[in-house]
Design a protein around this ligand. Structure first.
Ligand SMILES: CC(C)[C@H](C(=O)O)[C@@H](O)C(=O)O
Ligand code: SF4
Length: 470
């Protein structure tokens, strides 16, 4: 009998071209390489200058998402790029993909979207695979039981040239859950709750595997939200072992694997999970029944609490600086504090289940006067589904600025969709760093339900107190 292994170790071993030694990192084979316009230009330049071709263009997927406008082209047919830099970046990227024979999703693609939303829809994020991208939130794909993580630009060049990557093995961390999330509490709340417990360095040098009853009960969308946020706990990646939910999602996605591939995946699934006796370097246990709808009050994702909680008094000068920046007072509730903006979108929470959750609360109601509400679907696929269900109409009637071109948008503001510095911005994205969503923007991270309820109330609101109108 071979020694028991974690899922991470199994995928690692199956992709090791040369094992790690004290002197040198391992060489890992990469099944899928995702490239976007922000982190790839220097990598393509390096290859071009050295005359090296892309080794496996058919295993590389190109996407434009960060700098892309979310409004459709004007009557003149022109797209409203934020600036020349954004336009040049997108154009150069598309040229690089074409020159290297890389299949890519440009304006013509009806599958375009945020890389971590649309690649799963292509059926490409599958149990047992290795996936990398020059983007920290690549951990999202781990929701499908694959090993996926972000890499730097030099590594992007390396993977383009060789389809392999130098890597040191990570430690393993199990997050074991008991119970299930309460009604009105979602995967984002679980992620923020977990990060508030372990801190932004709780997962450093580890790959997290989320397990247990609460995870098994989550939809694929919820698992993606959770794995997405792993990086905010400092982890290399997050993963959830594939199960029937995974297979059903893959079978129903817009470009499903073939029947033969699905059958093969089903056959391999019992092996593609951590062995019962596998030893993790670190373990954390969470009772999912303890998780409330969450909000952050500081300027890092670990500064979180229940939406009806009291903001802790600052203990350090950094705490004080964070609260000063946020214009939030320690020792007081956040509930009821007036807000300026809400944003529902990003690779964390722009999927159909997120939009359904927001629409259920916004139906037949209006966004409060003076609040700007921006909702951006994560992909064209999500947009089409939302339109088919009439969610776009619910949003528009509520007074939401509903966008029809998917992209990262106000998560990072690179495309010109920036949050106002006036008032709090309740955002379903993943980072609340100072100025991340625009100069002076004060981000309160939360799930779609808290964002939607707050938009209606014009104040930080508890979605559990709002009646759902069906
Ligand atoms: C621009 C990109 C490289 C960056 C990342 O790596 O995550 C961005 O997606 C982010 O969320 O900050
Ligand atoms: S949506 Fe935000 S977090 Fe996700 S890839 Fe885009 S910028 Fe990064």
């Amino acid at each position: 009998m071979s020694a028991p292994k974690t899922l991470y170790e199994k995928i690692w071993d199956a992709h090791t071209v040369r094992p790690e030694t004290d002197e040198a990192p391992a060489i890992l084979y990469i099944d899928r390489h995702l490239v976007h316009e922000v982190s790839s230009p220097q990598a393509f330049t390096q290859l071009r200058e050295r005359g090296i071709p892309v080794a496996h263009p058919e295993k590389t997927i190109g996407v434009i998402d960060h700098s892309t406008p979310t409004l459709p082209p004007g009557l003149d047919g022109l797209r409203a790029f934020a600036n020349k830099r954004a336009r040049d970046q997108v154009e150069l990227f598309l040229e690089n993909c074409r020159a290297n024979g890389i299949g890519h999703h440009d304006w013509e693609s009806d599958q375009r979207g945020i890389v971590h939303v649309m690649v799963p829809e292509l059926g490409e994020s599958r149990p047992g695979r290795t996936i990398v991208c020059g983007d920290s939130h690549t951990s999202t794909h781990g929701a499908f039981g694959c090993l996926s993580f972000g890499i730097g630009t030099t590594e992007v060049a390396h993977v383009l040239a060789t389809q392999c990557l130098f890597q040191r093995k990570s430690k393993t961390m199990a997050v074991d859950t008991t119970g299930v999330l309460a009604e009105g509490v979602n995967a984002k709340d679980l992620a923020l709750y977990f990060i508030s417990k372990v801190g932004t360095d709780g997962g450093v040098r580890h790959v997290i595997e989320y397990r247990g009853t609460a995870i098994e009960a989550l939809s694929m969308e919820g698992r993606m939200t959770l794995c997405n946020m792993s990086i905010e706990a400092g982890a290399r990646s997050g993963m959830v072992a594939g199960d029937q939910t995974t297979l059903d999602w893959l079978r129903a996605c817009s470009k499903p694997p073939s029947d033969a591939e699905l059958a093969e995946l089903a056959r391999r699934l019992p092996e593609l999970r951590s062995d019962d006796e596998a030893v993790f370097d670190k373990r954390v246990t969470i009772d999912a029944r303890d998780v409330p709808p969450m909000v952050t009050f500081g300027t890092d994702p670990s500064a979180g609490m229940g939406v009806d909680g009291i903001v802790p008094l600052p203990e350090t000068s950094d705490d004080r600086k964070a609260l000063d920046y946020m214009q939030i007072e320690g020792g007081k509730p956040l509930l009821g504090k007036p807000i300026g903006t809400i944003f529902i979108g990003s690779c964390t929470n722009s999927r159909i289940t997120d939009l359904r959750e927001a629409a259920a609360l916004m139906k037949g109601r209006k966004v409060a006067n003076g609040v700007r509400a921006l909702i951006v679907p994560g992909s064209h696929e999500v947009r089409r589904q939302a339109e088919a269900e009439g969610l776009d109409q619910i949003f528009i009637e509520a007074g939401v600025d509903w966008r029809i071109e998917p992209g990262c948008s106000m998560c990072i503001g690179m495309n010109g969709d920036v949050a106002s510095p006036d008032g709090l911005t309740l955002s379903t994205s993943n980072r609340n760093f100072k100025g991340r969503q625009g100069p002076g923007a004060k981000t309160v991270l939360c799930g779609p339900a808290v964002a939607a309820a707050s938009a209606i109330e014009g104040r930080v609101a508890d979605p559990r107190k709002m009646e759902i109108r069906s």
